[in-house]
Each structure stands twice: as C-alpha cells, then as structure tokens.
Design a protein around this ligand. Sequence first.
Ligand SMILES: NC(=O)c1ccc[n+]([C@@H]2O[C@H](COP(=O)([O-])OP(=O)(O)OC[C@H]3O[C@@H](n4cnc5c(N)ncnc54)[C@H](OP(=O)(O)O)[C@@H]3O)[C@@H](O)[C@H]2O)c1
Length: 251
Amino acid sequence: MNLDLKDRTFLVTAASRGLGFSVAKSLMNEGAEVIICGRTEESLKRATKALGTSAHYYVTDLSKKEDVVKLVRNIADESDQIDGLFVNAGGPPPGTFSNLSDDDWKKAIDLTLMSAVWLTREALPLLKMSNSPSILYSTSISVKQPIDNLLLSNAIRPAVIGMMRTLASELAPYNIRVNAICPGYISTERTEQLMAASESGVENINAKIPLGRMGTPEEFGPVCAFLLSPVASYIHGAILLVDGGLYQGMM
Ligand SMILES: NC(=O)c1ccc[n+]([C@@H]2O[C@H](COP(=O)([O-])OP(=O)(O)OC[C@H]3O[C@@H](n4cnc5c(N)ncnc54)[C@H](OP(=O)(O)O)[C@@H]3O)[C@@H](O)[C@H]2O)c1
C-alpha cells in the first residue's frame, strides 16, 4: 500500500528512541521528512544519523512551554507547513496516591497534558497549510483501564483523550484529522525501567497479554504512520489500542 507520504513533513516529538523513534522511522521509510525532538542532543544526533538525511532535530523539553513554542517557531522559520504531528512525551513517574506529592502531579500535568495542548496550539497554523493534515496523540492503554502503580498516567492521560475527542469536532472544519493511539506494553527503555521497578516481572506481564508477549516498536510505528497518512482520510476521532489483546473490555 502506498501511504502517499513522499514529500510530506511530520513533527514527531520525544523521538530519540522508543515509540517516537519507531514512528519517525516508519514515516521516513515511506518517503516522508521528519523533525524529531528530545532533551538530549547526543541521543538526537544518534537518532537522526540512524534515520538518514531527511531527519532533523531540535533539543526540546516538552514539559516547558517556552521550549515547545521555540520548537515550533524554529520549524516555522524553515517551512510554512507541516503535514502531521505525532504527540508523544516521556512517561510520568510511577507511584501510588500515598507517595505522590503536589509537585509530582503538577510536573506530570505539564509533561503529559500541557505538552499536548502547547504542541497542538503552536502547530495548528502550520497544519492548516497542508492538504492532508493530521494529529496523532500517543497515550496508553491506561486511558481504558488503570495500570497498577502508574496513578499519574491513569489520571492524566484520559484528559488528552477528552481534548482529542473535542478537537475532532473543533478542527473538522479545517479538515485536520485527530486520533489517539494507545500502546499496551511495547519493549522500549521505558518498559524495561518499569519492569525493573516493579514486582511483577516480564513473565507475569506476558501471561496477561492474550498474544503472550510484549509488542515491538516495529509493530507500533507503521500503524501510526498509516493513521497519520492521507490513506486514513476517513479515520477521525478514533482511539486505537496496540496491545496484543491486553484490554478486554467490550468497548
Ligand atoms: N513503551 C510502552 O509500552 C508504552 C506504553 C504506554 C505508554 N507509553 C508512553 O509512551 C511514551 C514513550 O514511551 P517509550 O517507551 O518510547 O519511552 P522511552 O523509550 O523511554 O523514550 C522516551 C523518549 O522521550 C524523550 N523524552 C523524555 N522526556 C522528554 C521531555 N520532557 N521532553 C522531550 N522529550 C522527552 C526521550 O529522550 P530524552 O530522554 O533525551 O529527552 C526519548 O526519546 C511515554 O510517555 C510512555 O509512558 C509507553
């Protein structure tokens, strides 16, 4: 299938490794140009080298509004258009209600919710210039069912879904599609760290997943590239799980 991504430009945030990197790679494999960001220049250099000459990076801390504004203004200085935005950020720290402070909550809100607000607001003028603009919010299976010891993710990510579902109406007049993708367990540094900090090992997690294993970034990136592409032109306001069947609710 030709995803019609050649000569299109995408901003893929938090993409020096893990899920973001897999999305950037999948978009580039289809001929797109990508702009990635992250906090660490060395990792971004390595990632853009691995991605190839159509990849560019900006050092950005997505939990800081001024960084997000600067990121998109820098992009706007180079080009008056982007065709898609993959909204992703680092994960909030683990924790339970009794051991999370107000400061933990505020930081997690900036990282997980406000980064999505700022990115959307800043990128809208550039997206409006595209003939097939779309935004894909990367959230988590935690928006469907809570994950033990990840209270901040369980509580804050659903707000991103609420925003996305509202934007599906508000941005439709501009033909800007919005969707959300919800990974279950995909093997990345983040999942390795969570496994190391948790009492339930990989075997226990795998036993809960009907497909019997965690997913790989290569099973995640192409799905996102499809949803961001013009081929998905009638998929709008959707919430798609990539979880090997882990979520077992009826809806
Ligand atoms: N992997 C999964 O199974 C899974 C499942 C559900 C949800 N998620 C969520 O998906 C997101 C990505 O997860 P991942 O597994 O890809 O994690 P990862 O392998 O740890 O990669 C995280 C990426 O985000 C960047 N990053 C972290 N904090 C940032 C910040 N404040 N500003 C800009 N960039 C930042 C990192 O680069 P720097 O450190 O250099 O900034 C890195 O490129 C997280 O929010 C995670 O909670 C993951």
